[in-house]
Ligand binder design. Sequence first.
Ligand code: ZN
Ligand code: FE
Length: 261
Amino acid sequence: MHVTPEVTPIPCLKDNYAYLLRCPSTGLIGVVDPSAAQPLIKVLRDKGWGLDYIFNTHHHWDHIGGNEELKKQFPSIRIFGHQSDQGRIPGQTDGVQDGQVVRFGAFDGFVIHNPGHTSGAITYVWGNAAFTGDTLFAGGCGRIFEGSPQDMYFSLHQKIGLLPPETRLYFGHEYTEKNLQFSLDVEPTNHKAQELLKEVSKLRSEGKFTTPSTISQEFATNPFMRTTELEIQKRVCELEPDADLSPVSVFRVLREYKNQF
Ligand code: ZN
Ligand code: FE
């Protein structure tokens, strides 16, 4: 019995990842965030697979760009997104909300509503695999476009952060190397981040992916998950001398600093 669908990262556009999912017991196929249709159609053709589901994490163009073309090719496809994104996710057939069960083949997964990057941003979880879109990246988090630092902090710490530590995180962009450079700027003595940056730089120089991460890796190396660390708080005091050092305030200062890093 499989615990998690088979996952294949498909690089799209400049640095996006779409993730192809396969349920081994039913043969059903899904894709998370098809940025563009062509790279997926090519892989599906090579493998001789159809496509049954699209799972969108949010409405941004670089995550939904392939929806319409894929729907033309596979007219009976179901397209999932947050219920509040109905109207801005092309072809959406299913609106889901926080905690809702999302069945994919033999897997009963669920949705986490994690607003902040956008108001309808969601994470899909099947077994020990979580698809976080632009909310939680390896070493970083998404920009706050539709929400407050408080929203994003809550989404990262009180929602996604509560998943089991071994959960694999499949994120939406290959930003890991730059994110870890930022992590070491704000927490230079983080040895795990230093080690990981070395590994990641090697992978990238060989053209390899850094996805997936894990929850435990993020708590160890991602400054946005480490707002109570003394060294990070000291850096925040340098960046904004009158900032208070509550976790949300530290998070806000880090996020603003990252925007121009
Ligand atoms: Zn986005
Ligand atoms: Fe994106």
